[in-house]
Ligand binder design. Structure first.
Ligand code: ADP
Length: 414
C-alpha cells in the first residue's frame, strides 16, 4: 500500500509517501518513496520535495490554506514531474495517515477516521486549541480532495502515554477539576517515544515486556519518558507540551506562582504570560540569542558567551534530573535512548547530560559518542550497566505502519 503520511501544522504541512503492508512490516522492508514539506502556507509558500534519498527540489506557489497546499502536493505527486514510478495517478495513493496531537482520554490507540472519530478529535480541542483544529483541517482537506472513500487513520501523539498510572497522571490540585475538565498529564511525543522503544528492543533482540528504558526526545520540543516493560509509565510533558524539560522556546517546569507575578509586574494577561513561557523562554529566553542548540553551541565555542553557556547547562541539568527521577520511578532501567535533532546529532549535549551518572552504572565511551551522529549506535562502554543508545526517530514510519495495520485489521504490535 502507498500511504500518504501527513503532519499538518498552523502554517506548514509535512508529508511523506511510504509503501508498506503487513509483509513489509514483518520484514522491515518499508520503502520511503517521497518526503517533503510546505512552509509558509497562507502566503507565497515554499514547497520542498525529496524523492527517496535523492536531491531536494524546491518550488514556490501561492497557497492560501492547508487545503490548497494539499491539493498542490497531491497533483505534483500524481504528475509525471514527480517521477515516482509507483504512483501514476491519485488512485495509487491507497490510504492517508495523520499525526494528530491530542487524543485526550478517548483515544488510547490509532483509529480509522470516521465521523465519530472526527467528533472525538473535536472534543479534544479544548486540550489542544492550536493543534487539533489544524489536524482536523488536514483530515477534511483529504475528504474534500480524495473523497470519503479514501481510508484515513489518526495516529495520536498522546496515545502511547495512555498507560500512565493514576499517580503519575493526576496533578495535586482539587480533584473535581480533573472530573470537570479532564485536567491531567497526557504527555506528547508519544509516536517518537514508542518508535525508539520499538527500535531499542529490536536492536537488543528483546521482547516488548523486557524493554526498560528512559527515552529522551530532544528537538525543538523536548520530553522524557519512563518506559517499563515496553509501556509508558511516566513522561515529562503534561496537559500541554509546556511542562517538563527546557526546550527551544518553552520553559518546561516553573513554579506556577511565577505566572501571576509576571502578569502583575509586566502588565500582561495570563494568556500573554503563558505565551511568553511557550514562545520566548527555554534556550531562547535564557540565552537571549536563539532557540537553536547548534547555534548556541557555536556561540559558546567561538565567543565563550556566558548566557549561551547558562542555557546549555540548565538544559542538560534538567534532562539529567529527569533521568534520575525516572530511574527511581521505574526501579532502574537498562538504557537511556537519545533521539530528536539534538539527541541524535549532538555528542556534546549527550556527554553533558550523562555526566555524573556513573553511580547509576553509566559508563560513556567518548569515542563512540563522538562518532554517533544521526545514526543508530550504542555509545557506552561494553559492560556498562546502564547503556546509552542514539536512535534517530522516524515518526512517519510508525504512522504509515499504524495506518496499514488499522486498515488491514491487524492490532498494532509496536
Ligand atoms: P523538531 O522538534 O522541530 O522536529 P528537531 O528534532 O529537528 O526539531 O530538532 C531541532 C534542534 O536540533 C535544534 O535546536 C537544532 O539546533 C538541533 N540540532 C540539529 N543538529 C544539531 C547538531 N549537529 N548539533 C546540535 N544541535 C543540533
Amino acid at each position: 500500500m502507498n500511504i500518504l503520511v501527513l503532519n499538518a501544522g498552523s502554517s506548514s504541512l509535512k508529508f511523506q509517501i511510504i509503501a508498506t503492508d503487513l509483509d513489509r512490516i514483518r520484514q522491515d522492508a518499508d520503502a520511503r518513496l517521497l518526503r517533503g514539506e510546505v512552509d509558509r502556507i497562507g502566503g507565497e509558500a515554499v514547497v520542498t520535495f525529496q524523492k527517496g534519498d535523492g536531491p531536494k527540489q524546491k518550488l514556490t506557489a501561492s497557497l492560501r490554506d492547508i487545503s490548497a497546499a494539499l491539493d498542490y502536493v497531491i497533483r505534483w505527486i500524481a504528475s509525471p514531474d514527480s517521477g515516482i514510478s509507483e504512483i501514476q495517478s491519485v488512485s495509487d495513493i491507497h490510504a492517508v495517515g495523520h499525526r494528530v496531537v491530542h487524543g485526550g482520554e478517548l483515544f488510547t490507540d490509532s483509529a480509522i477516521i470516521t465521523d465519530e472519530v472526527v467528533k472525538g478529535i473535536e472534543n479534544c480541542i479544548d486540550l489542544a486549541p492550536l493543534h487539533n483544529p489544524t489536524n482536523l483541517r488536514g483530515i477534511r482537506a483529504v475528504r474534500d480532495l480524495l473523497g470519503h472513500q479514501m481510508p484515513q487513520v489518526a495516529v495520536f501523539d498522546t496515545a502511547f502515554h495512555h498507560s500512565l498510572p493514576v499517580h503519575a497522571y493526576l496533578y495535586a490540585i482539587p480533584y473535581h477539576l480533573y472530573l470537570r475538565y479532564r485536567i491531567r498529564r497526557y504527555g506528547f511525543h508519544g509516536i517518537s517515544h514508542r518508535y525508539v522503544a520499538y527500535r531499542y528492543r529490536t536492536l537488543r533482540n528483546l521482547e516488548r515486556d523486557q524493554a526498560n528504558l528512559v527515552s529522551l526526545h530532544l528537538g525543538n520540543g523536548c520530553s522524557a519518558a519512563a518506559i517499563r516493560a515496553g509501556v509508558s509509565l511516566d513522561t515529562s510533558m503534561g496537559m500541554t507540551p509546556l511542562e517538563g524539560l527546557v526546550m527551544g522556546t518553552r520553559s518546561g517546569d516553573v513554579d506556577p506562582a511565577v505566572l501571576s507575578l509576571i502578569a502583575s509586574k509586566e502588565g500582561l494577561s495570563l494568556h500573554e504570560v503563558e505565551s511568553m513561557l511557550n514562545k520566548q523562554s527555554g534556550l531562547l529566553g535564557i540565552s537571549g540569542l536563539t532557540n537553536d542548540m547548534r547555534t548556541l553551541q557555536g556561540e559558546l565555542t567561538e565567543h565563550d558567551d556566558r548566557r549561551a553557556r547558562l542555557a546549555i547547562e540548565i538544559f542538560c541539568y534538567r534532562a539529567r534530573k529527569y533521568i534520575g527521577a525516572y530511574l527511581a520511578a521505574m526501579g532502574g532501567a537498562d538504557a537511556i535512548v537519545f533521539t530528536g535533532g539534538i539527541g541524535e546529532n549532538s555528542p556534546e549535549i549527550r556527554r553533558r547530560i550523562c555526566e555524573g551518572l556513573e553511580w547509576a552504572g553509566l559508563s560513556l565511551d567518548e569515542n563512540k559518542n563522538q562518532q554517533a551522529v544521526g545514526r543508530e549506535e550504542v555509545v557506552t562502554k561494553e559492560g556498562s550497566r546502564l547503556a546509552v543508545y542514539v536512535i534517530p526517530t522516524d515518526e512517519e514510519l510508525l504512522i504509515a505502519r499504524d495506518t496499514a495495520r488499522c486498515i488491514l485489521g491487524e492490532p498494532n504490535p509496536s
